[in-house]
Design a protein around this ligand. Structure first.
Ligand code: G
Ligand code: G
Ligand code: MN
Ligand code: NA
Length: 260
């Protein structure tokens, strides 16, 4: 059983660290980005999954402090990777990004956009190398108060992704009002989609909608070759999931990127 004071201590001790899961092009198979996912590296229990503690990072006292700490770690890793690869021409941060999950309540953080810009500037990374992911369910109930912040993030060059698409209830009209650069289709509609005509129809429709609304389409939960083939046939742009790689610690990233 994990409680909030445990997480506060873990944060201060530097035990809440990003793992990175690749996002790969379904067209040319190249690496296009990562999603950073938090893990608690516990000195006794090892790697603790976020389901046991992520609630304390999504609202309340710790949320803001954790988020900026996490983005700082992510930017440092990306900048380090860039340095480690300089001259190798495999990773170019004008084209490779990393996304982080931003809890919707944090969109109201004072100077959110300016603070994110400062982190990126400090690490000599373009703002376009950072994408914030917002979950569909929470976002659509706060649309009125958050649209302005989303627009400012986009104006400054950051990416904005809708996460877990298909599990919420956004209408096409709402989606077309939101300045999303990317839409992530929930894995419920991705893995083994062709076994269910209904799920396949939703997947097909979401991919077509991304093309019309000029959003990057990312399929989550790509677990097997047949998932990959199905998505490629439907014209989906990017894939993320165990078929490509599990989320991995920063220490393994360089080797993964350089592997043939
Ligand atoms: O990484 P994993 O598959 O175990 O994540 C489980 C859940 O925790 C997912 O819903 C994911 O979005 C969420 N999660 C993972 N990392 C973060 C994070 O850094 N911040 C927030 N707010 N949620 C995260
Ligand atoms: O909610 P969000 O989409 O941010 O979180 C992504 C979650 O999905 C993480 O917990 C991550 O570990 C998990 N995940 C990533 N790839 C796969 C996959 O191929 N299959 C399954 N079942 N889960 C995955
Ligand atoms: Mn996500
Ligand atoms: Na998701």
């Amino acid at each position: 059983e994990v409680c909030e004071p445990d997480i506060a201590l873990a944060l201060d001790a530097g035990q809440l660290q990003p793992y990175f899961q690749p996002k790969v092009s379904l067209v040319d198979h190249k690496l296009k980005g990562f999603e950073a996912l938090v893990r608690w590296i516990h000195p006794v229990h090892g790697v603790v999954p976020p389901l046991l503690f992520v609630q304390y990072l999504e609202s309340g006292e710790l949320a803001e402090r954790f988020f900026f700490n996490f983005v700082e770690q992510v930017a440092a890793v990306m900048a380090g990777l860039h340095g480690g690869l300089s001259g190798q021409d495999v990773l170019d941060f004008e084209h490779v990004h990393c996304s982080v999950n931003l809890p919707v309540p944090l969109l109201e953080t004072p100077a959110l956009v300016e603070r994110l810009e400062a982190v990126m500037r400090h690490h000599h990374l373009p703002n376009s190398a950072l994408v914030v992911e917002l979950t569909e369910t929470t976002l659509m109930s706060h649309l009125g108060s958050t649209l302005g912040t989303l627009a400012r993030l986009r104006m400054k060059g950051f990416g904005v992704a809708m996460d877990d698409y298909g599990t919420g209830y956004s209408s096409m009209k709402q989606l077309s009002r939101c300045p999303f650069s990317e839409l992530k289709i929930d894995r419920e509609f991705v893995h083994d989609a062709s076994s269910s005509p209904k799920r396949l129809a939703i997947l097909t429709g979401a991919i077509a909608m991304c093309q019309r609304l000029k959003m990057v389409c990312v399929a989550e939960g790509v677990e097997v070759q047949s998932d990959w083939d199905q998505l490629a046939a439907l014209g989906c742009e990017l894939a993320q999931g165990y078929f490509i790689s599990r989320p991995m610690p920063a220490s393994e990233l360089l080797a993964w990127v350089l592997a043939p």
